[in-house]
Design a protein around this ligand. Structure first.
Ligand code: IPE
Ligand code: IPE
Ligand code: MG
Length: 246
């Protein structure tokens, strides 16, 4: 429906949207299929949502695709997911280029199979001039990992006397997170009805507006995204102040 899209106030668009793409397994189960069928169907939603976000003028879209904890899933599901990732990186590079989107990755990529790393690096390089939107995939990512890797780098710099402990403040700390250079997400969407953060960008989401929907990720369409943004636009973001101060 074009009217949902038209209702969105372009002046109040979130600059950064984060999504926990959940419910692929349940989507497949409902259809009597194996879990990977759901993951395959979910790839279509990624494409729709990335296109819709870029068309609207969203600057950063960060998708939780594989968490640190997801390494504990059955081996064949993990390897199927890695294969699917390679397949889609190869297939969708055109979509990224056509939409002027640059690809980015956050997470402990050293954990990913070599072939995935190679395909990621290739796609990141080939799309690096994309100006309309930055699409980040959170892969082998967790918020705790992110905070700890930042602390390790900072501690190393202190040890080498490149930094003083007194220099550490919020502005400085965020330069060491994997989301360096991005604004904090204003809106988090989680599909599938679960109401939790599951170790996503826990530092960056201190003031993020949360939106939960029962829609399973493979069913999540452009209109679902518009609905979430419209809901976000009704919120009063106070950041600790009173309503009257805003
Ligand atoms: C999200 O769907 C995709 C990943 C976590 C990789 P799930 O695979 O978690 O689907 P459910 O939650 O089991 O339905
Ligand atoms: C969160 O989904 C991670 C991703 C969507 C990649 P999970 O399905 O892994 O989260 P839990 O286990 O339900 O919290
Ligand atoms: Mg899940």
């Amino acid at each position: 429906m074009a009217d949902l899209k038209n209702k969105i106030n372009k002046e109040k668009l979130p600059q950064h949207i984060a999504i926990i793409m959940d419910g692929n397994g349940r989507w497949a189960k409902k259809r009597g299929g194996i879990r990977i069928i759901g993951h395959r169907a979910g790839a279509k939603s990624v494409k729709n949502v990335a296109e819709a976000s870029a068309e609207l003028g969203v600057k950063y879209l960060t998708l939780y695709a594989f968490s640190t904890e997801n390494w504990n899933r059955p081996k064949d599901e993990v390897s199927n997911l890695m294969e699917l990732l390679i397949e889609n990186l190869q297939k969708e590079i055109k979509t990224l280029l056509n939409n002027d989107i640059s690809l980015n990755v956050i997470g402990d990529t050293s954990m990913l199979p070599d072939k995935v790393q190679k395909n990621l690096n290739k796609t990141i390089d080939e799309t690096k001039h994309g100006k309309r939107m930055c699409l980040s995939l959170a892969l082998s990512y967790s918020g705790r990992w992110d905070i700890i890797q930042a602390c390790q780098t900072i501690a190393m710099k202190v040890k080498q006397k490149e930094l003083n402990p007194e220099d550490i403040d919020q502005n400085m700390f965020v330069q060491y997170l994997s989301t360096m250079g991005m604004p904090d997400p204003e809106l988090l969407i989680r599909t599938s009805g679960e109401k939790r953060i599951s170790n996503y960008m826990i530092y960056q989401m201190a003031y993020t507006e949360l939106y939960f929907t029962k829609t399973l990720w493979p069913d999540f369409s452009k209109n679902h995204l518009y609905k979430a943004i419209l809901d976000f636009q009704t919120r009063e973001r106070r950041f600790g102040k009173t309503s009257e101060q805003l």
